[in-house]
Each structure stands twice: as structure tokens, then as C-alpha cells.
Design a protein around this ligand. Structure first.
Ligand code: ADP
Ligand code: MG
Length: 457
């Protein structure tokens, strides 16, 4: 049996055992290796009795036959203790009690559908990595979403894509320039630390330090500040007469950079609250030392990377997702949509702002333009209806201000093979209609009016 078959097999086996009543609570616990345990409890000691020892053995044997090595040792637990402490209990009993208490706190209602006669299902997954992506990280941005939504504080916006090379960093830079020219105070932060790209676009000189320095130094000395790792862009060719654009590059990619990278556990980013705390502090310092800011735009690593997950699930107030019309890219959209919706709906709030960008789309003159943009739009609507909008509050398909309505950024010859400095012709393209539309929609999603120059989008 393969990992992906284990959970359905467990549920099916427990169902066919016929031992459980609707008043039983059955918690399936899957450990970090994927092995299964079940905890059986009851809501009513009259209709659903706790299983006695022979019944427990029968459950274990059935599961063993079905799951083989995927069943943990001592796999069947009975939740027979009241949820208050037992001061006089023996140490073993107290340990079991604590484990059961912990399970009760961390389990979630099972995501599969309940069938007639089922017990109340719960699931408890133990994760070793990718914790933000599977919902282990709670939103804890540097300032509250209420402050952002009321216009008191800058939104921290994560730019994400499931794959690299789709124009994510380019879109971020274009957005930053549009915002700056519209008189917005903007900081951009490159957290795509293993594949930095922002500084080569925005900075004419190699930076002396960056986000990685801040993350590593901050663990040892308190002295390194956001100012020490920022570069300011005031070139009128880029920002015209707007306020300076503040750039926190990943850092100069030299020997020290690799040695620092080898010391930051990005893999463990979501699990270690220390790294999250330092990133949070970086945003707070940026806002305090150059601010108050209007927007913080963060370039996050592509794919299911820990830092991207941490940013999306825990540290930002909204996201821009750049995708192409490919199945992998849609998988990424689904994941992000859930991270920006589920935890907030649970708290009775609205989903956080999300903006979809259809990157590298066929240009308007390309015969495939119409078909592909329409197909992207339909898919976007289906995905967000299923994974983002609250049930019963799905907007109509033809509502161009809603998150499912993508911004189309066509493939442009001028940008091909770019990634170097922003020459005037490239700045010309970045200041064009698609990126202007992106900027205005982003503003609108956060309730800001952005007066971009040039003709309307
Ligand atoms: N709209 C576009 N049309 C054509 N090429 C583009 C476009 N946007 C970006 N590029 C080019 O594609 C490459 C990857 O872009 P980049 O923004 O670095 O992508 P990502 O950050 O997603 O990896 C760069 O060479 C860039 O100049
Ligand atoms: Mg990039």
C-alpha cells in the first residue's frame, strides 16, 4: 500500500467494522512517518460505549490486516479520561492523559464526507515540514488586518508563483514603480533568497547587504537594522518625482552569502517561530524607519517552499499569484487560495485579497490570445469558487473587480531575455497598460485609490 492510500483505507476499515455509532468520536492520528493510530472516544456513555479490550483488539487486527506496516505500534487508544487533570494518577496514566488532551486540542474535523452511521471523525496530522502549506501556521502578520483594511497600515503583499520564470519578479518591480510614481511609499523585499532577482533589476550597484544578512545577523547581534540592509532607488527614470523606493535585496551573492544560507534553516522556516519573528521585525523596522509605508511587496520563492508558505499563511495581508495556464500552476493557485481563505473564514472574517496574474499570455495580436485568456478566466473562476469564496457568497463570473478576474500580462519581445537593469525601453514596457491595471486592481482590492499616470487601464 502506498502513503496516499492509507487514510482512505483506514476510514473504510473502521466503517466496515460496524463497531461505531454516531455518538462515537474517532480521531485518526497520522504520525510524521505516515503511520496510523486511532483514538476512540464517546459523546454519550449510554448510546456509544467505549470499546472494551476484546473490541479494541478486533479493531487493531482489522487495521493491521488492511494497513500492514502503515499501522503504528499500540495503534488503538481509548479516550476514557475527563479533560481535567488527574493529580493523583500514576505517571504512565498522566502521560497518556496529556497525550489525549493534546490530541483533543490539535485535531481538526475530518475533511472527508460523513456517511450515514459514521462516528464523528477527526484527523490529526503530524508534519515534519511544509507546515505552513498544510495549515499548521496561523496568520500573524506584523500588524493586524484590521489596521490594513482601515487604511492605517501598509498591506504586506506576497508575490507568488508555482513555477519560476513566469515573470513574477518583473511584475513586482513594475507594480512597485507604478505605485511610487503614484506617490505611494513602497518597500520591496526579496525573500526569494535562493534565486534572488530584484536587486539586479532595480539597483545599479551590487548591494552590500540584504535580507539574508538581516536574518542571520539578527540571530546573534541586535545591531543590524532594516536600514543597514536596504538600498534606496530615487532615479527619476524609475520613480519620476515619486518618493524613494526602498529595496531590501536578498544580498550580494558571494562566498559569505552561501555561508549564511547554510546557516539559516529556511526548510524549517514555518516551524521555527524565530525566523518568522525576524521577518516580521524586518517589516516593522522598514515601516518605522522609512515610513509610514503604503505598501510592502515581497518576492517569495516559487513552488511549495517554506518561506513562501510562511509568507502566505502567516506574514502577509494578501497575495498576487502569477501563473500560466498549466495544471501545476493551477495547483499552486488552489493552495494559495485556501491559505488566504480557510483560516479567515474559520474566524468569521472575509478571505484576504488575492490577485491572479495570467503571465506570459499570448499577445493581443496572437490568434491564441482569445482562447487562452478565456480558458484562464474560466479556470480561475472554478478554482476560486471551490477554494476561496465562502459558500453562498460566490460572485458572478463576469465581475471584473473580483479576485477570480485575472490581470493578463502578455508575453512581450522587449522583456524576453531580460532580468538585467531597467533600460528606458524596458521601463516603457513596465509602465504599460497590463502592469498599470495590475497596480490599480491591487490598490482596489485593499480599498486604496491609486492615481497612476497615463491613460486608464
Ligand atoms: N511579459 C513578459 N514577456 C516576455 N518575457 C518576460 C515577461 N516578463 C518577464 N519576462 C522575462 O522572463 C524572464 C523571467 O522573468 P522573472 O520576472 O525573473 O520571472 P520569475 O520571477 O517568475 O522567475 C526574464 O528574463 C524576464 O525578463
Ligand atoms: Mg524571480
Amino acid at each position: 500500500m502506498m502513503f496516499r492510500e492509507v487514510l482512505p483505507a483506514t476510514v473504510s476499515e473502521l466503517r466496515t467494522s460496524g463497531l461505531f455509532k454516531p455518538d462515537h468520536e474517532v480521531t485518526i492520528v497520522r504520525d510524521v512517518e505516515g503511520r496510523i493510530r486511532v483514538i476512540i472516544g464517546t459523546r454519550s456513555t449510554t448510546t456509544a460505549l467505549l470499546p472494551d479490550a476484546p473490541t479494541q483488539q478486533a479493531v487493531e487486527q482489522g487495521l493491521r490486516r488492511r494497513l500492514g506496516a502503515w499501522l503504528a505500534s499500540s495503534p488503538v487508544w481509548v479516550d476514557d479520561v475527563p479533560p481535567s487533570p488527574l493529580p493523583k494518577a500514576k505517571p504512565e496514566k498522566r502521560a497518556a492523559h496529556l497525550a489525549l488532551d493534546l490530541a483533543r486540542q490539535s485535531r481538526v474535523p475530518a475533511p472527508w464526507r460523513t456517511q450515514a452511521g459514521d462516528p464523528v471523525w477527526f484527523l490529526l496530522e503530524r508534519h515534519a515540514a511544509k507546515r505552513a502549506w498544510v495549515g499548521d501556521v496561523q496568520p500573524q502578520p506584523p500588524w493586524t488586518i484590521e489596521d490594513v483594511d482601515a487604511g492605517r497600515k501598509a498591506p504586506v503583499v506576497t508575490f507568488f508563483s508555482h513555477k519560476g520564470g513566469v515573470g513574477r519578479s518583473t511584475a513586482l518591480v513594475a507594480t512597485a514603480l507604478h505605485l511610487a510614481r503614484a506617490n505611494q511609499r513602497v518597500a520591496v523585499v526579496d525573500l526569494d533568497i535562493e534565486a534572488p532577482g530584484l536587486s539586479s533589476l532595480l539597483l545599479s550597484a551590487e548591494p552590500t547587504a540584504g535580507a539574508l544578512d538581516y536574518l542571520v545577523d539578527g540571530g546573534v547581534v541586535a545591531g543590524t537594522t532594516a536600514r543597514d540592509v536596504s538600498a534606496l532607488v530615487s532615479d527619476p527614470a524609475l520613480v519620476e518625482s515619486g518618493p524613494v523606493l526602498q529595496v531590501v535585496p536578498a544580498g550580494p551573492v558571494d562566498d559569505a552569502f552561501l555561508e549564511m544560507l547554510a546557516r539559516v534553516d529556511l526548510q524549517d522556516a514555518a516551524a521555527s517561530s524565530a525566523l518568522a519573528e525576524r521577518i516580521r521585525r524586518l517589516f516593522v523596522e522598514l515601516d518605522a524607519s522609512f515610513g509610514p509605508l503604503d505598501f510592502i511587496l515581497v518576492d517569495a520563492r516559487a513552488g511549495l517552499h517554506e518561506v513562501a508558505g510562511l509568507m502566505l499563511a502567516g506574514l502577509s495581508h494578501g497575495a498576487v499569484v502569477v501563473g500560466t495556464n498549466s495544471p501545476q500552476s493551477w495547483m499552486g493557485v488552489t493552495r494559495v487560495a485556501r491559505l488566504l481563505s480557510a483560516p479567515y473564514l474559520r474566524d468569521g472574517k472575509d478571505p484576504r485579497p488575492l490577485l491572479l496574474v495570467h503571465g506570459m499570455a499570448p499577445s493581443a495580436t496572437d490568434p491564441r490570445h482569445e482562447i487562452e485568456t478565456r480558458s484562464f478566466r474560466t479556470k480561475a473562476y472554478d478554482e476560486l469558487s471551490a477554494h476561496y469564496y465562502p459558500v453562498g457568497q460566490v460572485p458572478g463570473e463576469n465581475e471584473p473587480d473580483k479576485p477570480h478576474w485575472p490581470i493578463t500580462v502578455p508575453w512581450t519581445t522587449e522583456l524576453r531575455g531580460g532580468g538585467g537593469l531597467l533600460t528606458p525601453p524596458i521601463v516603457g514596457v513596465l509602465m504599460g497598460a497590463p502592469y498599470r491595471a495590475l497596480t490599480q486592481r491591487l490598490g482596489k482590492l485593499f480599498g486604496r485609490t491609486i492615481k497612476t499616470s497615463g491613460a486608464g487601464a
